[in-house]
Design a protein. Structure first.
Length: 560
């Protein structure tokens, strides 16, 4: 059977030759014809699921990508991997599986592609952990690959304003404050999620989609398309075709996911005011491809790149409104022209980033969603890496400037998210408190839950400028206010967070980039001597395995 080993380096070993007749027999049953065995095989990794609106439409998109690969002369094979929903599980024990799902997605995608011998891959993701999970797998495999973002949701409407899932979380806090009635809460709940697509602000899904486009692993504009648009269907069709082109040119993730490309991704996330989860996920993706990326790289880039986009949750506008004025490409062109992007980085188009951005038109002059460099939202980055005696290995804060640049208050300590939320909603957290939620890190949780429920309750209670929240857990892209997460070392391994007591005075200083408790080294040492590690919360199953294997959040909370 004739074949070209140059474009079929993996599938040829699965289907070529007399001895591979059983394999061909199996594949005939799933639709292969004689001529298909001589074509490059393109795996289409679909994260379709009815678990969440973020992914409910991805089966349609996967078929479009398969069509594109087939029309270009390949043979597409669609397969599925899992997704979970952060928005649904938020604030529950089930949320501990969220970050774990990133690793399961990466492992499962790698497993299928490696086993079946696909020559190229198109991966399509929607909800938050889909994107880094897919990219981690593509990096490990290092086969010609392209990522497609499933697209953002259209906004809901309530009282002539745009609403989304974060509106509902904050409405819970308003309800607890008696600002809105039961009926009004139900109306917000019924209005917020009108159909398919990922959460509509510059939350984690949209942040990571933009980061991956800036990294060069998605086609131009893939991050800035509605989930239900004709543009998104075309994006998938094009991705299938591009995957075959990457196979033919032998362009692989290691050619694209370079250190300079990660710097581009960080710059775009910074200019957009993106989610703190980008720190965790970009570190993990870099680790998977073998690029040395550090927490301090976010600081160095943030010192040069301003926040330009006025997007939710800290700002006014939604992703759908950014799409209407041109998406992310004009912003990238602005950054490139200012010398803040590295234009010579290769991308999945087979062209450099600079070549891709040639001819991109600027934003309309009448818009105020993305500001110019003379009038930024914030003159430097919002992702602030803090160190100090509470975070000797680092912590991540999201400082928009609206909540102030420093905070000092008394520790109010909680051993879990649920206990903190209950106290906030019942008015036991007051002005001047620093809410400390510990034992929620990667090992301690296990799973490093997002704290959207308590941060939204603080905002809904009107305490956004008066209460800080710190944790060894992490935050949803929808969180805002004076919040610090990813505190390392985490409490479960004896980090300083474990040594705090109620009433300890804590200072967070975004300008000095420090987070400290006002205790002497001697006092902390005495407390350490009496500290005992907690018993693991899980002794078997996926959470137990994760807790045993996971690395620190300062290294991306990876397991591989």
């Amino acid at each position: 059977m004739a074949s070209s080993k140059t474009t079929r380096p993996y599938s040829s070993s699965v289907v070529d030759g007399v001895e591979r007749a059983p394999s061909r027999a199996m594949l005939r049953a799933v639709g292969f014809r004689d001529q298909d065995f001589a074509k490059p095989q393109i795996g289409i990794a679909s994260t379709w699921s009815m678990v969440t609106p973020c992914n409910m439409h991805i089966d349609v998109l996967a078929r479009q990508a398969a069509k594109g690969a087939d029309l270009a002369g390949g043979k597409a094979v669609i397969f599925n991997t899992i997704t979970v929903s952060d928005g649904i599980s938020m604030g529950t024990e089930g949320m501990k599986y969220s970050l774990v799902s990133r690793e399961v997605i990466a492992d499962s995608l790698e497993t299928v592609v490696g086993c079946e011998g696909f020559d190229g891959v198109v991966a399509i993701g929607g909800c938050d952990k889909n994107m880094p999970g897919c990219l981690i797998a593509l990096a490990r495999l290092n086969r010609p690959s392209v990522f497609v973002y499933g697209g953002t949701i259209l906004p809901g409407r309530y009282r002539n304003s745009n609403v989304d899932v974060v509106s509902v979380f904050e409405a819970v806090g308003q309800h607890a404050r008696n600002q809105i009635s039961d009926r009004e809460l139900r109306l917000v709940e019924r209005s917020a999620i009108p159909g398919p697509g990922s959460c509509g602000g510059m939350y984690t899904a949209n942040t990571m989609a933009c980061a991956i486009e800036a990294l060069g692993m998605s086609l131009p504009d893939s991050s800035a398309q509605s989930a239900v648009s004709k543009e998104k269907r075309q994006d998938c069709l094009d991705a299938g075709r591009v995957a075959l082109n990457l196979v033919q040119k032998d362009i692989r993730p290691k050619d694209i996911m370079t250190r300079k490309a990660f710097f581009n991704a960080i710059a775009v996330v910074t200019a957009l005011g993106g989610s703190t989860n980008a720190v965790l996920h970009l570190l993990a993706m870099a680790h998977a491809i073998g690029v040395k990326l550090k927490l301090d790289d976010f600081t160095s880039i943030g010192q040069k790149v301003p926040v330009l986009a006025d997007l939710r949750p800290s700002g006014q506008y939604m992703m759908s409104e950014l799409i209407e004025i041109g998406g992310v490409q004009p912003l990238m062109r602005m950054l490139l022209d200012k010398g803040l992007l590295q234009g010579d980085c290769m991308t999945v188009t087979g062209k450099t980033l600079r070549q891709n951005l040639q001819g991109v038109k600027p934003y309309p002059k009448t818009q105020d969603i993305v500001r110019d460099f003379a009038n930024p939202i914030k003159e430097d980055g919002h992702l602030v890496i803090l160190y100090g005696n509470l975070a000797p290995e680092g912590a991540v804060a999201k400082i928009s400037g609206k909540e102030g640049l420093s905070f000092t208050g008394k520790a109010r300590i909680f051993p879990s998210e649920e206990k903190a939320l209950s106290s906030i909603l019942s008015d036991r957290v007051r002005k001047g408190d620093v809410v400390v939620i510990r034992y929620e890190g990667p090992k301690g949780g296990p799973g490093m839950r997002e704290m959207l429920s308590p941060t939204s309750a603080i905002m809904g209670k009107g305490l956004g400028k008066d209460v800080a929240l710190i944790t060894d857990g992490r935050f949803s892209g929808g969180s805002h206010g004076f919040v610090v997460g990813h505190i390392t070392p985490e409490a479960a391994v004896g980090g300083p967070l474990a040594l705090l007591k109620n009433g300890d005075r804590i200072t967070i200083d975004a300008q000095k980039r420090e987070i400290n408790v006002m205790l002497s080294a001697k006092e902390l040492g005495l407390r350490r001597k009496s500290w005992r590690p907690p018993r693991p919360r899980y002794s078997k199953g996926v959470l137990a395995k994760y807790a045993q294997q996971v690395r620190s959040a300062s290294h991306g909370a990876t397991t591989g």
